[in-house]
Design a protein around this ligand. Structure first.
Ligand code: ADP
Ligand code: MG
Length: 301
């Protein structure tokens, strides 16, 4: 197959590994810098141009679209879909997963376990918002945050009120969430490919920290997930419409709670921790499911 990898940087671990795994399995791998591609939409024959030439003959495309380029990246991916190129994850599903409020609403509608969560922009009654999520301690999150930045643990209602007021002053959309203390500063990343959790790892926050993000000094280790956790991760990916997803789960004393569903999960942590060829399994998934005109939505909906 001829496979495009949409990525801003060919030197990133995930991009390199996908190219390597694809090449190993006999495919032609081409990295395309998402923001450099330009498109022709006003024609019966949609095209993408890159470095002065139309992109042609691709069978599949692997989107590795960073949060900061979601808008343009999804447009490029949609154009590939309109050209009949099979996407690893569809543009519609990626756009859906990037909207945290919409994602949680979709997951809750399907009865997937979530921490009790409130959304707000400029709440007119902050104590009531805090009461809505069962009071302190609670976690406040800025919607646009990543890598744990903008995630604050408030031990008391007074602290929570001040933090909410501060974010209101900054005109930020926020999430107010029940604090899952019993998770003990750990979460579980389940890596879903197709209808399987192909790898999973536990991330543990460093002492004195509740955020398990590796960028915040957390450490990763192997973990055996329960059948219920496996089922939860698969269902969450399915609800989002993602063939490949990183589903982050908190272990609560009333079962697994989904915190986040990531549509471009990184490969470095999971491959290093589990010693699995995750990139190879992604390519294998494309071999089994890809093909001309196999994209379901072609950017519709
Ligand atoms: P980001 O998108 O910045 O990674 P997350 O929502 O994943 O933000 O939160 C960062 C980390 O904080 C999580 O990996 C988890 O360890 C911890 N955390 C987040 N929400 C909760 C919660 N409701 N209860 C307990 N720990 C949480
Ligand atoms: Mg996270």
């Amino acid at each position: 197959m001829k496979i495009a990898v949409l990525s801003r940087n060919p030197r990133l671990y995930s991009t390199r590994r996908l190219v390597e795994a694809g090449t190993e399995r006999g495919h032609e791998m081409v990295v395309i810098d998402t923001l450099r591609a330009y498109m022709n939409i006003a024609s019966h024959k949609p095209q993408i141009h890159y470095r002065g030439k139309p992109l042609e003959g691709f069978d599949a495309v692997i989107p590795r679209i960073g949060a900061s380029v979601t808008f343009y990246g999804c447009a490029v991916l949609r154009q590939f879909e309109m050209m009949g190129v099979f996407p690893l994850n569809e543009s519609v599903a990626i756009a859906r997963s990037r909207d945290k409020l919409r994602s949680l609403q979709l997951l809750s509608r399907r009865g997937i376990g979530l921490p009790v969560t409130g959304f707000a922009h400029s709440p007119d009654d902050i104590p009531d918002l805090i009461a809505m999520v069962n009071g302190a301690p609670l976690v406040i999150k800025v919607l646009e945050g990543t890598q744990g930045i903008g995630v604050v643990l408030c031990e008391t209602a007074t602290a929570a009120e001040s933090v909410i007021e501060a974010f209101m002053g900054l005109k930020q959309n926020i999430m107010v969430q029940e604090y899952i203390k019993e998770a003990g500063g750990a979460d579980i990343r389940c890596f879903v490919v197709g209808d399987k959790v192909i790898a999973s790892m536990k991330r543990q926050a460093k002492p004195g920290e509740f955020r398990s993000n590796l960028h915040r000094g957390g450490s990763a280790s192997l973990i055996k997930i329960t059948p219920q956790e496996r089922m939860t991760a698969l269902r969450a990916a399915k609800v989002m419409g993602l063939a490949v997803a990183g589903v982050d789960i908190l272990r609560s004393n009333h079962g697994p709670l989904v915190m986040e569903v990531n549509s471009s999960p990184g490969l470095e942590g999971i491959e290093t921790t589990t010693s699995k060829n995750v990139a190879g399994m992604i390519i294998e998934h494309l071999e089994k499911n890809g093909g001309p005109n196999m994209t379901r939505t072609k950017g519709k909906g």
